[in-house]
Design a binder for this molecule. Structure first.
Ligand code: SF4
Ligand code: SF4
Length: 313
């Protein structure tokens, strides 16, 4: 059995690598006071738009010992989703790269469950909960605390060696593991993401006004798309990658090796004209297991009609 906090850290990192995670970092479980104040401000300014869930469970969201009682460590993990060949956008509408393949929630949770089972065999019984974008956890803040990267001006977690196209996941556990520390912010004087955002949604360093963001509008918003987005969508029908695509650190992105994140042949073949004729049947066929099903057929259709009617015709 391994109980030494430093040995546990090494074990976790080598195990996470074997399970396909790009990196793994450790923090001490507890309250993130500064991030809690920032979240309060964010909510006060209504930057969360209709993402009302962000205001729920405030205490648990900002203190992992309240979310997982008895927890001592937060293990943050990054899983690469950068595709080997982005879908051609020349005669096409755009979809965020994270949504090319099957829904990451279940895939990554499945990997984490197997990893925890293996670790139990080595360190003995321990208690933990796993999270993949699924509960009130300040994922980026924890990844930052554990030194996996820094939070860029575009509010994404950025790594020096491979940029920002990663899913974030956490294991919150009662194991006592030696913590890593944060690294410095390498954005420097760069402002490319702020300048490239077509809706000026990056309102200050590391703060995206969700209610102005194309990603929020095309995925989370339940109503009609606001007129303020007219002419600014740049053909994004689900999500938006602009502030990541322009980030110089993403020149270092490397293709993932998760076959379940590959887009289906049909998805890569549809063209602008086909999207305009999208039917419920085709939607269900292409997006049955995809994160795109979050918008439902009606939501994607709304987005397509909004951008094709006024932006490109
Ligand atoms: S995702 Fe798109 S709209 Fe949102 S902040 Fe980034 S560039 Fe702007
Ligand atoms: S584009 Fe520049 S400012 Fe924006 S996140 Fe990347 S490095 Fe930071």
């Amino acid at each position: 059995m391994i109980h030494n906090p430093h040995n546990l850290s090494q074990l976790l990192k080598s195990t996470a690598k074997r399970y396909g995670f790009k990196s793994c970092g450790i923090s001490k479980s507890g309250a993130l006071d500064k991030d809690a104040r920032q979240l309060e401000e964010y909510l006060k300014k209504d930057f969360h738009g209709q993402m009302h869930y962000m205001a729920n469970h405030f205490e648990k969201r900002t203190d992992t010992t309240k979310l997982v009682e008895g927890s001592r460590s937060v293990i943050s993990l990054l899983y690469n989703y950068y595709p080997a060949s982005p879908i051609d956008t020349l005669d096409n509408l755009k979809i965020s790269k994270y949504a090319y393949g099957q829904d990451y929630h279940e895939i990554i949770k499945g990997i984490l469950r197997e990893m925890v089972e293996e670790l139990t065999g080595v360190v003995g019984d321990f208690s933990c909960r796993i999270f993949v974008d699924s509960a009130p956890v300040l994922e980026r803040a924890w990844a930052r605390e554990s030194g996996l990267g820094w939070v860029g001006k575009n509010a994404n977690l950025i790594t020096r060696d491979q940029g920002s196209f990663f899913f974030l996941a956490e294991i919150i556990t009662d194991l006592e593991i030696a913590p890593d520390g944060p690294i410095k912010d390498y954005c420097g004087t760069c402002r490319r993401c702020i300048e490239a955002c077509p809706t000026q949604a990056i309102v200050e360093d590391k703060v995206v006004d969700g209610s102005k963001c194309i990603s929020y509008a095309t995925i989370e918003l339940k109503d009609e798309l606001p007129e303020s987005f007219r002419g600014k969508m740049e053909e994004w029908m689900f999500g938006c990658d602009i502030c990541q695509d322009v980030c110089p650190w993403n020149r270092f992105s490397k293709p993932h090796s998760q076959v379940l994140f590959e887009p289906s042949k049909k998805l890569t073949m549809l063209k602008k004209e086909d999207w305009k004729e999208l039917t419920q049947e085709v939607f269900s066929e292409i997006f049955r297991k995809s994160p795109v099903k979050r918008t439902k057929f009606a939501g994607l259709k709304r987005n397509i009609e909004f951008i094709t009617k006024n932006d490109i015709l």
